[in-house]
Design a protein around this ligand. Structure first.
Ligand code: ATP
Length: 297
């Protein structure tokens, strides 16, 4: 196999709680992760020399070690130097710096793709152990589907698939750095009512109860991101008024998603949001189980 094509899938958080700030500065989280059918396209191709060359359709993204896809390739080639090099073609569609783990998912796909293309036979656990060195969300992106993520996001418990529904995504025209949000979160000052009911949400998912799951959506990071980017709250209101079961910010934002049980309401809400000047990307999609799919050329 000389090349491989992959879809690097985005995620949303159906629930996001921060338990505390650890002594090492990291935050201990409890999050319900969910893959959605929005993806970057990645093509990997073997090189006869030992270089890594990354090209992308987004001119402002780094094409060196600061790109998580590059970092993933380098990690594999540092460990297995006899493999040669790799060309990475990265076509971005997942909103960038938006709380949808786009970079982490690209890294996960490169790890998975290189494992396949070079027939390294690394297990999922072995890939995850390498992935967590790149970012806390990378192990989840390797796994995909519906999962509880604890620790700094790397301790994963797979769940049954979340109840099926339409997912409307709207990314306001601002980039929010995850670092800024966590630095300005004071987890110890949150009131008990500000913490989402993650356990209740898991129970609703296990019962396949879409309404119970939607009712328990909550994200403590909104306490930091919404004051910095108030349009998030406006989009949430618009989504709820257009029939969303609930609407919430994903990750550290600023992407907002609404869940709909009705296709017509979801499509009407999509066109309504597109017509408003609140988001530069509006996407209507569904949840999915697959973390990546590949087409071997
Ligand atoms: P998360 O949900 O994990 O917090 P995010 O959606 O907030 O992720 P990303 O889109 O993954 O953020 O990227 C954030 C920053 O990382 C960008 O500003 C970009 O410069 C850098 N970056 C590095 N590699 C990538 C990549 N492959 N795709 C997108 N951004 C990347």
């Amino acid at each position: 196999m000389d090349s491989i094509q992959l879809k690097a899938m985005a995620k949303i958080n159906l629930g996001l709680d921060v338990i505390r700030k650890r002594e090492d500065g990291y935050h201990e989280v409890r999050m319900i992760m969910q893959t959605v059918n929005v993806y970057d396209r990645i093509e990997l191709r073997k090189r006869s020399d030992s270089q890594i060359r990354l090209t992308t359709n987004l001119h402002y993204l780094p094409v060196n070690e600061n790109n998580l896809a590059y970092k993933a390739a380098k990690q594999i080639l540092d460990e297995f130097p006899f493999l040669g090099g790799v060309d990475i073609q990265l076509q971005k569609h997942i909103p960038v710096a938006a709380g949808m783990a786009g970079g982490s998912s690209d890294a996960a796909s490169v790890l998975h793709g290189m494992n396949q293309m070079f027939a390294l036979n690394l297990s999922l656990e072995e890939l995850m152990a390498r992935g967590v060195r790149i970012g806390a969300d990378v192990p989840y992106c390797l796994m995909g589907g519906t999962a509880l993520a604890e620790g700094i996001g790397e301790k994963l418990t797979p769940l049954v698939s979340a109840p099926s529904c339409y997912v409307l995504l709207a990314k306001p025209p601002y980039n929010i750095s995850t670092k800024f949000v966590y630095e300005n979160l004071h987890a110890d000052q949150l009131k008990p009512c500000q913490h989402p009911d993650i356990d209740g949400q898991i129970e609703a998912i296990l019962r396949n109860d879409l309404y119970g799951m939607a009712q328990r959506m909550g994200n403590v990071l909104e306490t930091v991101t919404i004051p910095a980017c108030p349009v998030i709250a406006r989009i949430q209101t618009m989504m709820r008024e257009s029939g969303a079961l609930n609407a919430m910010m994903s990750g550290s934002g600023p992407t907002v998603f609404g869940l709909y049980d009705d296709e017509k309401k979801a499509k009407d809400a999509y066109w309504n949001l597109k017509g408003k000047n609140v988001a530069d990307q509006v996407i209507l999609t569904k949840m999915t189980d697959a973390a990546y799919e590949m087409d071997v050329l």
